[in-house]
Design a binder for this molecule. Structure first.
Ligand code: ADP
Length: 404
């Protein structure tokens, strides 16, 4: 699995007995459980073997509480440097950077908390318990109602890569309805990408039925599936780029940037490989949207993106939904799914084992859930995003005399 590969990489470096280890986004490819294991290993290397670790990361929930020193860079400059809780307090005027910090710290900043800034889920729980009244447990939930028409249906689908291999899709059945944003979550190697590739007609199941807008995949003749119907953006978006400028890329597929729900006109003369991760994602998406898909499949669209770029992607997906596009996303980014999905699904052992609207879905899960859900459990019901937690704390009001 991805997590095992990353531990193997680490082991191969450790045989050289380094005193200093430099890691570049080591958890970007890992699911939440594998990432937590990897970070726990780093903690032991530091405490048991006294190895100094310098790590560049976007995924900060588990990393910031672990580090002795946090350095924040912006446009080539170091803008903060110190103990994590102090650095976060200094960044109060930088919501673009704060939005990537651990949930407890964001909650503290949003509520203008006083005292030392909480970093971990446990410290966040203390902050809520000691600072707020917590008599109102839940927010009124608008019931999510999906359309009656299915955009994509899997019925009892089986797929394996080789005759002797095991079934990777093992009786997979689920339905995505028109105009919804549907996020599929699950561990590394559970078969999510395989399911997406089967939906796009790139892999052929040996049994079962896949329908797109009510029509079986095999009935879409002469590539009609890919004309104004379905498009897929692969995990590694660089594989989509073939030319030396963004303009050439877009000309090649007759993409009209004036029709995009976002602006990339300032990138036109750049080489696609010189763009930031977020810009590459938006440029590749522009290419894919040129075929005017009604159903868009995205594989890990937030991989390696900072918090600002993620917010940008969320805005774009919402605009696409308003235009009537159905979006199916494979991701292990639980915070992203909690904010942008209409429904989430848990993929395990080649099939989908549960689905639900984010508030209900993440409140039910113990491991595959957001930091806010873990932080508020027992005090509030169904709070899964920072917005939920901020609203509930504000609604409940501060305790007159906070408990110490
Ligand atoms: P996920 O997207 O959930 O991480 P994948 O769909 O990529 O999982 O992979 C599911 C399983 O299929 C893994 O065990 C992986 O090793 C295997 N697999 C993926 N691609 C291939 C391939 N081209 N040939 C053989 N096995 C593959």
């Amino acid at each position: 699995s991805g997590g095992q590969k990353q531990l193997l990489n680490l082991a191969s470096i450790l045989v050289m007995q380094p005193e200093l280890l430099i890691l570049d986004e080591p958890t970007a490819q890992l699911d939440p459980i594998a990432a937590a294991d990897f970070i726990a290993t780093l903690r032991r290397l530091c405490s048991d073997l006294s190895i100094t670790i310098i790590m560049a990361e976007h995924r900060l929930e588990d990393v910031v509480p672990l580090c002795d020193k946090l350095l924040v860079m912006d446009k080539g400059q170091l803008i903060a440097n110190g103990k994590p809780s102090e650095v976060i307090s200094e960044l109060k005027e930088r919501p673009d950077i704060l939005c990537g910090m651990p949930a407890a710290a964001r909650l503290y900043a949003e509520l203008s908390g006083s005292g030392s800034c909480p970093l971990t889920v446990r410290e966040g729980r203390d902050f809520i318990e000691k600072g707020y009244n917590n008599t109102t447990r839940g927010l009124p939930q608008a019931l999510y109602e999906h359309s009656d028409s299915a955009a994509m249906e899997f019925s009892d689908v089986f797929f394996r890569y080789s005759r002797e291999g095991k079934d990777i899709l093992d009786g997979l059945s689920f339905t995505v309805y028109e105009k919804e944003i549907f996020c599929i979550l699950g561990g590394n190697g559970s078969g999510k990408t395989t399911a997406l590739s089967a939906a796009a007609g790139l892999l052929k199941p040996y049994s079962g039925r896949i329908k797109v807008f009510g029509k079986r995949l095999k009935d879409y003749k002469n590539r009609s599936l890919y004309r104004e119907c379905l498009a897929m953006l692969p995990q590694d978006v660089q594989t989509v780029f073939l030319k030396s400028t963004v303009r050439q890329e877009l000309d090649e597929c007759h993409a009209d940037i004036s029709e995009l729900p976002y602006d990339i006109s300032h990138l036109m003369d750049k080489h696609p490989y010189d763009l930031s991760g977020g810009e590459q994602q938006l440029t590749a998406l522009a290419k894919v949207l040129a075929s005017k898909p009604k159903l868009l499949l995205l594989d890990e669209p937030t991989k390696g993106l900072d918090a600002g770029a993620k917010l940008n992607i969320i805005g774009v997906l919402r605009k696409l939904k308003e235009k009537g596009v159905t979006v199916v996303i494979v991701t292990h980014d639980v915070e992203f799914a909690a904010v942008c999905a209409d429904r989430c699904a848990m993929f395990f052992g080649g099939r989908i084992v549960s689905t639900g609207a984010p508030n209900e879905f993440f409140s039910r899960n113990s491991f595959y859930t957001t930091a806010v859900s873990r932080m508020t459990r027992g005090y509030y019901d169904n709070a899964v995003t920072i917005d939920d937690a901020v609203k509930l704390c504000s609604l409940n009001g501060r305790k007159e005399k906070p408990c110490s």
